[in-house]
Each structure stands twice: as C-alpha cells, then as structure tokens.
Design a protein. Structure first.
Length: 666
C-alpha cells in the first residue's frame, strides 16, 4: 500500500521528503525527528521507482545504520537488499576492496583493527631504533592518535603534533619518518587500517577518473546522517560521489557539532551552500522531546554563538517547570543535594533509568559516584569506566599498595612495568628479589642486596625515590598521592597518553578526596570494597545514568542533572586557547540541555581547590541565561542559592548511609 506521507509527517518533514532533489541541507534541531525524515525520504524515493542500488545512505554508527534500515523495511514492506546503507567505513570497505589492485594491493585487502595497527607500529618503531621505554618519544598510543588525526583532518603529521601534542614537536621529524615507514609496511603486507578505508576511498575517486565516473553515475541519491560530524575526508568523498547527479541530502545540526577533537569540521555544514551553490536549506524546528521551558533556555544559550545557522526550536509539549538552578558550597555538598533529589524522585514514582547526571569531563563524576554508593543508589556509568575502575586510579593505588607491602605481587608488577627500561620479564626478576623483604623500610635500607641490571637503573631510581618520599611523614593519603604523582606518575602519563591532562585531573580529584583521610590501610581496604558496590549496582535493573555529555548525544531522559557548572570546568579551560573553542563548548552545553524531557537541574559549587580554599565563579554559560527562564529558589539573583527541590528522610529499616567510613569524610 502507498504511504500517506502527508498524514505521517509534519509540514517541515513532509516538505523535505517531497522536495529534496539537488543539493539539500536539512538543519534538524534536537528532537525534531531527523531519523524519521531520512527514512521516509528513502521510502519516497523507492516508491517513486528509484532502484535501491542507486541510493546511498551514510551514517556514523552501526546502531544508526541498523535503525534506519529497519525503519525503511517497515515502511516499504521489506528490506531493500541492494540499497547501499551503512557507516562511512562500512561503505568504504566495500568500495576499496573491490578496487584493491588499482590501489596498489595484490588482490585482497586485509583490514587490521586498532590493536593490530598498534602492534605493527610498535614493530616499526623498534626496527627504526626507537627505545619504546624512553620518555623522549611519545608512546605508541599517542603516535597512533596523532597519525589518525592528521589523516582525518587532512593535515601533515607535524601540524597534527602542533595541535594534539606540542610537547612532542622536538621529535616531530622522527615521528613523521616512522609513520612513512609504517604506511609502506602496511601496503607491502596488504594491510589497511580503519582510517585507510576513507583515505583509500578518496584516493580512488581522485586518482582514477573511470572509477569516479562509474560510482558517481551509480548513486543517483546520497543521504548523509549527522553531517555536522563529518571530517574533511568524508566531506570530500561525498562531494566527489555526488558529482554526476548532484542529489545530496545532508542532515545535521550545526548546534550539535561537538567532535572537533576527532577532526570533525563544522565548516562542512556551515559552508554547505558554498560547496554546493544553489543548495536548498530546510529547517526541522518542531521539537517532540523537551518541555517549552527547557527549550527556552536552550534557545537562549545557543543564540550567543556567532558562527551558526540561526534557528529556534519550538516544543509541542505541555508547559512544565522551569529548569532549576542549584548551588552548593562544595562538590561533596553538591553530590548530597543531587542524591537527595534522586531518592525523592524515586519515591514519588520516577524510574531511576529515566534520570541522568551529565558532566563535561570524567573526573567531575567522582563525588557523585561516592555519594550514590554511600546511599545505595545503583547507577550505570557511560562514556568510560567508574572512577575507581580507571586504569590510572588503579595505578596510583598500586603505588600505595606496593608501599604498604612487598608481598603485593599485583601492585608491584603494575608499578614496575611502568618504569623506563623495565618490561614484563624484568619486572618478574626484580620482584622475585623484592618479595624477600618484610617491609618498604627493609627494601630501602637493604637495596645493596638487590641485583639491579643496568637497563633498570632509571626506572628503579624513580621507584626508589618515590618510596623514600612516601616513607616521610605525611598527614593525609592525599599528600601521599601527590608525592606519587610528582615523583613518578606524571611523567609516565605524559609519555603514554594523548589525554594525559584529563587523567592527571582524575588523580588530583583522588588526592582532593583523600585530603581528609589519614589512615592509609583503612582507605585501601575501603577501595577494595568498591568492586562489591559495582557488582551490586550492575545487578540492579533500574539504575541512574552517569554520563559524559559527549556520550549522551542522541539520548534523552525525563530528568537531567548537569553538574559542576563552574568557570574553568565548563567551558573547559583549554577551550579558551583554541580557535572556536568556546563556541564548541557552548554547543556541548546546548546538547546537554536538550537531553532533558521534563526536569532540568543546573548545578554549580561556590568553592574549589585542593582544600575548597578559594571561591569559584559559575560557568559563563549560566551567566548568559536570562534569569527569568530559571527557577533559582526565589532569591532574586541569577546565581542565588536554591535549596534542594526534594529532601531525604531515612525511613525505618533503611541502611544508615551515614555510617562512618572514609566515604563519609568526603
């Protein structure tokens, strides 16, 4: 049966579905039904007799590709099996594999995953004489990230280093040479990595006119989801693929462009009409997700950006409460207020799974995780690992455990293998000697009994110095963690990880958290119990969601708490140093706001620092909001104190979450 498009779509969607011939840009606001619009457009083309093999639908995730494929199948009665639909990399694989010989491969291309890619790069570094344990060169992971960014942004390796890792610029020439050898080795072995799928696809289109003509002729209609997230390579591919017929439907929202760190280029969407002269521009502004009050704040926020398509989302939902502004003296008190509200929401019938706590960076979540654990509130962590499960937190705890006991083989092996010149086998040999001692003090004073091989000297020297410093009197565990960071761990993080700054902030958060704890043994015992808390939380069916804002994109909840909205944290302090950085941070804030359906809470603290010893300002994004749009507790000023919307009163038989432990010191 024919689809009644007029009945099934709103006027904005219907206009796109029927009239999107030629180059078209659809500016699809949050919650406006973009997936529905794309899938109905595909169904319309099929109904008009366009062969499925002449349609190309490009997405960014396998989940989105499957969802769109299923929706199209439900509309037309069966899956159009010959239609080209999938992620950029999936389609790229199909195309480059069928033209392997033209691209310099003998026949078949073997696709290697990120782990295999790093293994090959490691071998190249060794063959080129690079000491992988030396801190002069960045780690394999960092070099791989630099390489990936350079390719997707279409810039040189040296330029990518300048953007992503300026501290490595002194060895930029050596890194570039290593990567040229890596590329040659890949081709000789018949390998292609993840980024090659796009680069080889573009190379095929640019260097083989006959293939370009054939592919361009085949695809009469090209539809692209999340166009604001395309990088330069993807944008060029789309442009080349569409040259024969000119039918490109790019669907996206410049206000939700938040992935520049992955080389996504917002210019692709902002300059669409320059790349495709005469392009039609459609707007999807009817929002089916959020209350009018939430959208009023979101619209007001995004208006502050200079580089954008001006638009204003309109809600079809009934009026609801204004977003609430909460402030607390410290992060610990902020966590308590939010936990109070969550428990009250649950008691009046809200599902925990319909409540989300969102944050700019992972280290912002730690006080909330501690508080929810203390209250027995189960939660699901998105966008990374729970705080005490993160590798760098476990690393720091391993130093403390090793300091406490020479018999802790797991901790000692973790510490030793991070040191320059000490690999797995060396760590085993060294630990076999260390375990004979009864205490750290015996190790330090009996070091002459250790047989230290020459190549271990630098690494063992770092460990020894750190142990000496830890053995000095320290009033708190936090002070000991800072010793570990300063004498051993900071250098390791800077060498190993592209995101070392975020990891260092996590470590500092741990130090701040333990600044009031003096009993190291009790602290380590309590952290061991985190695994039990994790298992219990994961076993629960109904769980609060904790997520970074980046990971929350595309999701929605009835209630959203957006936390730690203070200057320097959100917007990220590094954003101020980058061109367009503040505007991207504001877009990220906009994404967070538009995840909420009914209830939105904006929260910030008044004090910051290691000991909550200085005043912090609210995020400038809060300051930008018209005070009439926010419920701030009736205090009459934009950042006035707001008492928790819901209070918590223990009931008979309920576990006393305030039972004294190191957790309650925070």
């Amino acid at each position: 049966m024919a689809i009644d498009f007029k009945k099934e779509l709103n006027d904005e969607q219907y206009h796109v579905v029927l009239n999107a011939d030629g180059p078209c840009l659809v500016l699809a606001g949050a919650g406006s039904g973009k997936t529905r619009t794309i899938t109905f457009r595909v169904a319309y083309l099929l109904e008009k007799g366009i062969p499925p093999e002449n349609i190309l639908l490009l997405t960014f995730t396998n989940k989105a590709a499957k969802e769109m494929g299923d929706r199209v199948a439900s509309l037309v009665g069966a899956a159009p099996k010959t239609m080209w639909s999938g992620t950029f990399h999936h389609i790229g694989y199909r195309i480059v594999q069928s033209h392997a010989k033209l691209l310099g491969f003998t026949s078949h291309i073997t696709i290697i995953d990120s782990e295999d890619s790093r293994s090959l790069l490691t071998q190249v570094l060794k063959d080129e004489g690079v000491d992988l344990k030396s801190r002069k060169f960045p780690s394999v992971n960092v070099i791989a990230d630099i390489y990936s960014y350079s390719r997707n942004a279409m810039i040189s390796v040296e330029e990518a280093i300048d953007v992503k890792r300026p501290s490595a610029f002194g060895v930029a020439t050596e890194i570039a040479n290593v990567l040229r050898v890596y590329e040659t080795r890949k081709t000789e072995s018949g390998f292609a990595d993840f980024d090659d799928l796009l680069c080889l696809w573009l190379k095929l289109l640019e260097q083989h006119p006959d293939v370009h003509a054939k592919l361009s002729q085949q695809f009469h209609y090209i539809l692209v989801d999340e166009y604001q997230d395309t990088n330069r390579v993807q944008a060029k591919i789309i442009y080349k693929m569409a040259q024969a017929h000119g039918n490109v439907l790019a669907v996206g929202d410049d206000a939700q462009s938040i992935y520049s760190f992955r080389a996504a280029d917002i210019a692709n969407i902002l300059q669409f009409d320059k790349h495709y002269p005469g392009a039609k521009i459609f707007h999807l502004l009817t929002n089916y997700r959020s209350s009018p009050e939430i959208l009023a704040v979101a619209n007001h926020v995004i208006k502050q950006n200079a580089h954008q398509y001006k638009k204003e989302l309109l809600s079809i939902l009934a009026t609801h409460e204004k977003p609430h502004l909460i402030k607390a003296d410290t992060a610990a008190l902020e966590a308590e207020k939010i936990a109070d509200s969550i428990i009250r929401l649950q008691r009046i019938g809200h599902k925990l799974s319909e409540i989300a706590i969102l944050f700019r960076s992972t280290f912002h979540s730690q006080p909330l995780e501690v508080e929810l654990t203390r209250r027995g509130v189960p939660y699901d962590y998105r966008g990374g690992q729970r705080f005490f499960e993160r590798a760098h937190i476990k690393d720091v705890l391993s130093y403390l455990r090793a300091f406490m006991s020479p018999k802790d083989s797991i901790a000692w092996h973790r510490v030793l293998t991070q040191q320059e010149g000490i690999g797995l086998e060396s760590a085993r040999k060294l630990y076999d000697q260390i375990k004979q001692f009864g205490s750290t003090n015996e190790i330090l004073h009996g070091e002459a009994q250790l047989e230290i091989e020459k190549r271990w000297n630098v690494g063992w020297g770092v460990v020894k110095k750190t142990l000496w410093e830890l053995s000095m009197k320290h009033d708190t565990v936090g002070a000991m963690i800072r010793v570990i960071n300063d004498f051993a761990y900071r250098g390791y993080l800077e060498h190993e990880f592209q995101n070392y700054q975020d990891r260092l902030k996590d470590v500092e958060q741990l130090a701040t958290f333990t600044d009031r704890i003096s009993d190291l043994k009790a602290f380590l015992a309590e952290t061991a119990l985190q695994e039990q808390h994790r298992a219990k939380s994961q076993a629960a069916d109904d769980r609060v969601v904790l997520s970074t804002i980046h990971q929350s994109k595309g999701l929605e909840w009835d209630t959203v708490f957006l936390i730690n909205l203070v200057a320097g944290a959100f917007p990220n302090e590094r954003a101020a140093l980058e061109e367009g950085g503040i505007e991207e941070e504001r877009r990220l804030f906009y994404v967070a706001l538009t995840r909420a359906r009914k209830n939105l809470f904006l929260s910030h603290t008044l004090l910051g620092g290691k000991q909550n010893d200085f005043v912090v300002s609210p995020s400038p994004f809060i300051e930008e909001i018209d005070e009439a749009l926010i419920d701030n507790g009736g205090r009459g000023n934009k950042t006035g104190s707001s008492e928790p919307t819901y209070s918590y009163e223990p009931v008979e038989g309920e576990t006393d979450w305030r039972k004294k432990s190191f957790l309650s010191d925070f």
